[in-house]
Design a protein around this ligand. Structure first.
Ligand SMILES: [Zn+2]
Length: 420
């Protein structure tokens, strides 16, 4: 099956002083454009909250009733118009700026989806990425990369671009530890079919454990970050006593940023190893179809967010499964923890109950393992297992399943996979 396939690789780059200053200026302009666009939308929405013939006691927004919502297209148009008046805006690559509006658009779309919380304004230095959505030509020249409108700079190609892949877009990221570029690679490749086959496991992501599998394995949260977290607390404590706008404060902020990056990198590495470990043991892996972005804001917020569960379940695991030829499936999460895996009876338990005890069939096992088994059973009932004679008939449904799976995988990969 021929499919457009995308993946992203990240490399270190070394701009010279002048290029660095230019990109920092761009980032600052982008930040202002971002904040301006957010402000415009926020004001419009707030002005529509109170009725037109009344005046609000707290604040008043003087936006006439016939002004339409500053949507994506309106803001893009306004941006193009603003170029003539503001040389700073003109200095930035035009597509990079348009991508800023796209970011505002998706931030507001996400607000609508979850139903609360305006997107935040970005403070000085908080805007860190420049997106170049289209490239005219291959930007790589041996050991250098050409960033549009900025110029050539050294790149460390620690891993080669795979044969047959083309660089579709790139993203420049400014981190505390230096500058990086993320290349989005695309190819027409034949994707090996991963039909559902072999041994299956269900995975329950939980509160007391990072995850539990249906065959009884329970993985703890990584403990080895405790030392780094303590270091972080110490540094943050020091930060409070530093004078505002002093050089020592700026240096400390950079140091803190580096520790954060170290933690993120270590966590990602651990997650990849865990994903490979799971793929060693199964040919099919099923997980619950949860929205971690929304969960993270809820009452279990800090916990799930800290452990990077969403990153693992939605990005790292499907990617490793794909590479290892393991079938990855998502199942309906409703009531997985309230069902008995052995007799399907409903067993009500609240969050504090750690043990599953069935009153119907008497089965007793850890709570998360029980839900892992329910997830596994649900996954298996949802797929047709390919074997011998069934293959020809099931092939069409399989390729359809696979296409949709690849779609979701691709959209996952298009998100900043290795972001921290
Ligand atoms: Zn039971």
């Amino acid at each position: 099956m021929m499919v457009m396939f995308q993946m992203t690789f990240r490399y270190r780059i070394y701009p010279d002083l002048e290029q660095e200053q230019q990109m920092l200026n761009w980032l600052e302009t982008c930040r202002k454009v971002y904040n301006h666009a957010v402000r415009e939308r926020k004001d419009w929405i707030n002005s529509r909250k109170c009725q037109i013939d009344r005046c609000s006691l707290q604040s008043e927004y003087i936006i006439p009733a016939d002004v339409s919502y500053p949507n994506y297209y309106a803001q893009k148009k306004a941006l193009t118009a603003a170029k003539n008046d503001f040389p700073l805006i003109k200095a930035v690559h035009s597509q990079v700026l348009q991508e800023v509006i796209a970011r505002v658009e998706s931030a507001f779309a996400f607000m609508k989806e979850r139903g609360f919380g305006f997107p935040r304004f970005k403070k000085f230095g908080q805007f860190k990425t420049l997106n170049f959505p289209q490239l005219q030509a291959n930007p790589l020249r041996a050991t250098q990369i050409k960033i549009p409108k900025v110029g050539l700079m050294p790149i460390v190609l620690h891993r080669p671009i795979p044969e047959g892949f083309e660089i579709k877009s790139l993203r420049v990221i400014c981190k505390h530890s230096g500058w990086y570029v993320t290349l989005c690679l695309q190819a027409d490749v034949s994707i090996p079919n991963v039909p559902p086959h072999g041994n299956a496991i269900g995975i329950d992501v939980g509160l007391s454990y990072f995850l539990s599998t249906s065959d009884g394995e329970q993985i703890n949260r990584p403990r080895f970050f405790d030392k780094l977290h303590r270091k972080l607390e110490l540094l943050q404590h020091c930060l409070k006593r530093k004078q505002k706008r002093s050089i020592t404060r700026a240096k400390l902020i950079q140091k803190i940023g580096r520790v954060h990056e170290q933690i993120a990198a270590g966590r990602l590495d651990w997650q990849f190893k865990l994903a490979h470990h799971l793929c060693d043991r199964a040919q099919m892996i099923f997980v619950e179809d949860l929205d971690f972005r929304i969960m993270a804001k809820g009452m279990l917020g800090k916990h799930t967010l800290d452990a990077g569960l969403g990153q693992f379940v939605n990005q790292v695991l499907p990617w490793v499964c794909f590479k290892r030829g393991v079938y990855y499936g998502k199942v309906d999460p409703n009531g997985t923890s309230q069902t008995c895996p052995d007799c399907r009876a409903r067993v009500k338990k609240d969050l504090s109950a750690r043990i599953h005890e069935c009153h119907e069939c008497g089965s007793v096992k850890p709570r998360d393992v029980a839900s892992g088994q329910v997830i596994c059973a649900r996954g298996l009932s949802g797929v047709e297992i390919a074997s011998g004679a069934e293959v020809s008939g099931a092939l069409e449904t399989l390729s359809r399943q696979l296409a949709s799976k690849l779609e979701s995988l691709k959209s996952d990969l298009e998100k900043p996979v290795l972001y921290s």
